[in-house]
Write a protein that binds this ligand. Structure first.
Ligand code: CUO
Length: 672
């Protein structure tokens, strides 16, 4: 915390940095040695900090220590980029530690934490450093502000070991009068928000080029967010709501309101709310160096659409770049987001990022009330707000417009000659087969690291989230070719009907499919039975990794620890299957075995965290699938295909399944 610059506390262990006197902030300098002695008295570990010549921090210090920090605000991105560069530029870990300790007490804490996290993630010599879970560092971005007063009281009065978890109610941001509130369990899920924060930490859009230019990052921006929208729409249908509507008229009054009920512990201010029917207004906020008209959004999007229909974009120097079948989507992803890899930020602008900014400042566009941004301004909190999904539906629609211009997959490009998927089954315990069972589960998370109370020690918060019974896919595949074959098994799930109960047209259903898993299979001649557990999904990370501190016996070194940081990215396992309905939500499970020769990427993924590649890629590697992301659902169907059944080739199969929700709550396992 800013109030106690020299402690990093983990549980009851106290570590003190022994810093050179020059590093002290001016106001503490007169206290010098006496200050440092006072802290050292209590320390169980002292870490010496080397004195080095500190590079000038300049503009980085212009962001007040108690201000909020947003990557979407151009000025904030710029100074974050500078700080990341300083951290990356340090010659060794000792120098990095030294400059980090120096900056810690001067730089805005959100900015500091973000920049240091990105640097640790990308430096070769810091791969074995364990970043604290973001929810431990900044719990105020994830949980009801009421929790903190209770936690402080609990920590003051009750000794560690006898403390009982503080329960966060499932419904605290709105009532059932608001129909959007039916989706609160999804929008406010801690794991989903942590995934989104981690994704943007791994794929920053502004930093040194070698940090940003990851393999297919523009395409992954499109695909990961497309999947979020597909998943959200699936959940909406489960809750008897129609799909999210695009926010494509920038002069429209936004009917969705949102009251986050979060307080910032850094600024001691509440996150701003948005009442119903607000409209975007031109921004003129000197404090953020933003002057931008709503009209600009329109202008940029017109140019982007024109480029899509023309099949090429124009770079800064006026040269034309063709949007090719393989790379077009990656260019557009970077351009629409936009990242520094955009071919022409001057002309195509900064559409998606500035949309976040316009929405997040809707309550105070000219800073007359001295208010900061709403939850849409921060990737750690944006997914809480219903407008996030309307904005991203709009963004996704632009990508879909582009995808519709691409050649359709022919039967040959979809089929895998000789390979037939002949059966799909999801055996279920205690209920009829081909049923996914969902329910509520409670879990505990330790928030003490992000709090500044004394005495220290763990303070657990108990929250309720969706969960499903673990399950296994049993897939029968016939290989009638003349030898052993290798394939990629691709598993997707979509609602069986639209919101009116009508069967889908393929062109609409294809963007409703959520990816559940993707893995390589070896097929011997004849019949093969593939079994695969839900916990192995290439989309998700296990619960323990989403909330690292829950695993109290986690290893203190070695391979696994080295991978923790990157591996914080991944859809939370507990949200793999949508909620379903009490009567059973009719859905379609799709399985395809594609030809591995057209899928494979020649690389070793040994030893790296490689279990959530679908939405997050693999650290320092190529994206592990050569096909277009979303294949085979990423394009319009070939002529004559109107339904999913007509789309199928023998190497694909669809099984009707049901998602059954039961309104019971499973209590947490006893901690030891
Ligand atoms: Cu992830 Cu808009 O990109 O939030």
């Amino acid at each position: 915390r800013p109030q106690e610059p020299v402690f990093i506390g983990k549980g009851s262990k106290k570590t003190v940095f022994d810093i050179p006197n020059d590093y002290l902030n001016d106001k503490y300098k007169p206290l010098g040695v006496s200050l440092s002695n006072r802290f050292k008295q209590d320390a169980e570990e002292t870490v010496p900090v080397k004195k080095i010549s500190i590079p000038p921090l300049g503009e980085i210090l212009e962001l007040e220590r108690d201000a909020n920090f947003s990557l979407f605000i151009p000025k904030h991105r710029r100074i974050a980029g500078r700080l990341i560069d300083i951290f990356l530029g340090m010659r060794n870990v000792d120098d990095l530690l030294s400059v980090a300790v120096y900056a810690r007490d001067r730089v805005n804490p959100y900015l500091f934490s973000y920049a240091l996290s990105v640097a640790i993630l990308h430096r070769q010599d810091t791969q074995d450093i364990d970043l604290p879970s973001f929810i431990e560092s900044f719990p105020d971005k994830y949980v009801d502000s009421k929790v903190f007063a209770k936690a402080r009281e609990e920590a003051t009065v009750v000794p560690e070991g006898s403390r009982t978890p503080i329960e966060i109610p499932r419904d605290y941001t709105a009532s059932d009068l608001e129909e959007e509130h039916r989706l609160a369990y999804f929008r406010e899920d801690l794991g989903i928000n942590l995934h989104h924060w981690h994704w943007h930490l791994v794929y920053p859009f502004e930093a040194a080029r070698e940090v940003v230019a990851k393999n297919r990052r523009g395409e992954l921006f499109y695909y990961m967010h497309q999947q979020i929208i597909a998943r959200y729409n699936f959940e909406r249908l489960c809750n008897k709501l129609k799909r999210a509507t695009r926010f494509n008229d920038f002069n429209e009054a936004i009917k969705e309101a949102y009251f986050p009920k979060l307080d910032s512990l850094v600024s001691s201010r509440a996150w701003p709310s948005r009442v119903a029917n607000q409209k975007l207004r031109d921004l003129n906020r000197e404090v953020d160096q933003i002057k931008q008209d709503v009209e600009d959004l329109k202008r940029w999007s017109d140019r982007i659409y024109a480029a899509i229909h023309q099949g090429s974009v124009t770079d800064e120097r006026g040269r034309s770049i063709t949007l090719t079948e393989n790379e077009g989507i990656d260019i557009l992803g970077n351009m629409i987001e936009s990242s520094i890899l955009s071919p022409n930020r001057t002309y195509y602008g900064d559409l998606h990022n500035m949309g976040h900014v316009f929405i997040s400042y809707i309550h105070d566009p000219d800073h007359r009330h001295l208010e900061s941004f709403g939850v849409m301004g921060d990737s750690a909190t944006a997914m809480r707000d219903p407008i996030f999904y309307r904005w991203h539906s709009y963004i996704d629609d632009i990508f879909q417009e582009y995808k519709a211009t691409l050649p359709r997959y022919t039967e040959n490009q979809l089929n895998y000659p000789g390979i037939t998927v002949s059966n799909i089954e999801v055996p279920s315990q205690g209920s009829s087969k081909n049923t996914f069972n969902t329910f509520w589960q409670q879990s505990d998370v330790d928030l003490s690291r992000g709090m500044d109370f004394q005495p220290r020690g763990s303070v657990f918060v108990r929250f309720t989230h969706l969960q499903h019974q673990p399950f296994t896919y049993k897939i029968t595949v016939n290989n009638q070719s003349n030898g052993n074959r290798k394939g990629t098994c691709r598993i997707f799930l979509a609602p069986k009907t639209d919101e009116r109960g009508n069967p889908w047209l393929f062109r609409d259903q294809k963007i409703m499919f959520i990816e559940l898993d993707k893995f390589t299979v070896n097929l011997k001649q004849g019949q093969n039975t593939i079994t695969r557990a839900s916990s192995q999904s290439s989309v998700t990370i296990p619960f323990e990794r989403t909330f690292r501190n829950l695993d109290l016996n986690r290893p203190q070194g070695g391979e696994e620890l080295a991978q923790f940081n990157f591996c914080g990215c991944g859809w939370p396992q507990h949200m793999l299957i949508p909620k379903g309905t009490p009567e059973g939500m009719k859905s379609q499970l799709f399985v395809m075995i594609s030809n591995y020769d057209d899928d494979k990427i020649d690389q070793s993924t040994e030893g790296v965290c490689n279990d959530a590649g679908s939405y997050c890629g693999i650290k320092d590697k190529l994206y592990p699938d050569r096909r277009s992301m979303g294949y085979p659902f990423d394009r319009m169907p070939r002529n004559g295909v109107d339904t999913l059944q007509q789309f199928l080739t023998p190497n694909m199969r669809v099984q009707d399944v049901t998602i059954k929700f039961s309104d019971r709550t499973v209590r947490p396992k006893q901690r030891n």
